[in-house]
Design a protein around this ligand. Structure first.
Ligand SMILES: [Zn+2]
Length: 443
């Protein structure tokens, strides 16, 4: 018997956590935070510690696994983390230790997790770094494997629980990038092999399943960025803001800027964390990247050079969602010794993640930039989530017996169910709607 229970990440994006139960032996995939609620919670707190665990669960910041743990804690054989985005791993330092089982993750995810653990002084997690294509046996009946997949953060994997009923696959999150600028294409060869062995069920990130066509490759953004940087007048200083975890994007910006004769500076705390994880895992060459400036004095010191030599620098920074306290917010509100103006350009290599808070923050940031006559380019970006045609490709390739769309709420899940119908998947027989708090049982 296989049971799949949704703790988070199905009814809305965030707080991803799923329990895969194979004849009473359980695997937890992902332990993430609800980022919106985390931001709210952080607003009232100067520091979050392990003592906050219960309050975090009560406030919906992390999955509430208290009852589950009481009933089934001993049956959990492993906690598997698929990639380093905070909506998939942030809760692990708070929730994982009590299970007394290994946390299994790929190299980059491990490094990000270690950083999160240090932040809250959690030292009691047993982390096992597992590379793709290697099967790790959890018991005589089940084993775990990662299959390399493309997304918007290095070392993303589809997790596979091998069982006697077939493989249970969890693909949160993913896109099919044929020409990634960092790392390899998806491991189609291994996916096809697993498909031949038989796939029981596939849990599939549906964030963009309602978008027609394909999600473009990261190499397209590289070209877009080069185009925009070239078109920005040579006397302007360029600030580029993007997702700190998007190492491929940051690496491309550094390389393009250097090629075009500009020096690069990187500002912001989250940039520091993710770039350190990338350097530690040799995903980037540390020597080719500038040190990240985080503290105000250091940033001011750097900004002095920028002021003296307009047009000579590209500054990669945090703040693309207009978040309070990020570099761009502080820059536009006069908290650094640098006055933004018509000699500056700001490039958003991002899109607004559409929550009410982000939209409001981003609008305020835009108004501030407009008032200062800054040259703005927006949405120099492609998504890290697969569109409809890629969903069809992957489903046709894998042919799971059961298709379970996830990640994006009921609207997206319904789009997934519709798409599945075109490929012969029938609701409640071979495709299933699963929302947070619900479970599916396959006898
Ligand atoms: Zn992700």
């Amino acid at each position: 018997m296989i049971k799949i229970a949704a703790f988070g990440g199905y009814s809305k994006i965030g707080k991803s956590m799923t329990i895969i139960d194979v004849d009473g032996e359980m695997v937890i995939t992902d332990m993430g935070a609800d980022i919106e609620r985390l931001v709210d919670y952080e607003d009232d707190k100067s520091y979050i510690s392990l003592k906050d665990t219960e309050a975090l669960a009560q406030n919906g910041v992390i999955p509430d696994d208290r009852e589950f743990f009481r009933k089934h804690g001993k049956e959990v054989k492993a906690i598997v983390l698929t990639h380093g985005h905070l909506d998939h791993i942030w809760a692990a330092p708070f929730l994982a230790a009590k299970y007394h089982c290994p946390i299994i993750a790929t190299q980059f995810t491990t490094k990000v997790l270690e950083h999160l653990m240090r932040n809250v002084k959690q030292h009691n997690l047993r982390i096992l770094t597992l590379n793709p294509r290697i099967k790790y046996r959890l018991s005589k009946d089940i084993s775990i494997e990662f299959v390399h997949m493309t997304h918007s953060i290095p070392n993303t994997a589809i997790s596979v629980v091998h069982t006697k009923y077939g493989a249970v696959m969890y693909a949160n999150d993913w896109k099919l990038d044929e020409t990634p600028t960092l790392g390899k294409r998806p491991d189609y060869e291994r996916l096809e092999e697993i498909s031949k062995e038989g796939i029981h069920s596939l849990i599939l990130d549906s964030t963009n399943v309602d978008q027609d066509g394909y999600t473009f490759s990261e190499s397209i953004v590289r070209t877009m960025l080069e185009d925009v940087i070239k078109k920005t007048l040579s006397n302007k200083t360029i600030f580029i803001t993007t997702f700190s975890s998007h190492i491929a994007r940051i690496k491309n910006i550094v390389e393009i800027s250097k090629k075009l004769g500009r020096q690069v500076m990187i500002f912001g705390r989250s940039m520091e964390m993710y770039l350190k994880a990338a350097a530690d895992t040799k995903i980037i060459e540390k020597g080719k990247f500038p040190d990240v400036a985080v503290k105000r004095d250091r940033i001011n010191e750097f900004l002095k050079y920028v002021r003296d030599r307009p047009g000579k620098y590209v500054i990669i920074c945090t703040g693309h969602q207009g978040e309070k306290g990020a570099f761009l917010d502080k820059l536009t509100t006069g908290q650094y010794d640098y006055k933004l103006g018509s000699d500056d350009a700001v490039i958003f290599s991002s899109r607004v993640i559409p929550t009410a808070l982000n939209i409001a923050n981003r609008n305020m940031l835009q108004k501030a930039l407009d008032d200062l006559n800054v040259n703005v380019a927006d949405n120099i970006h492609v998504s890290g989530h697969a569109s409809r045609n890629e969903h069809k490709l992957l489903l046709k390739m894998l042919r799971p017996k059961h298709y379970i769309p996830s990640h994006g709420g009921l609207d997206k899940i319904s789009s997934g169910i519709e798409m599945g119908k075109e490929l012969g998947y029938e609701l409640n027989k071979s495709s299933h709607i699963l929302l947070d708090g619900q479970e599916l049982v396959f006898d």
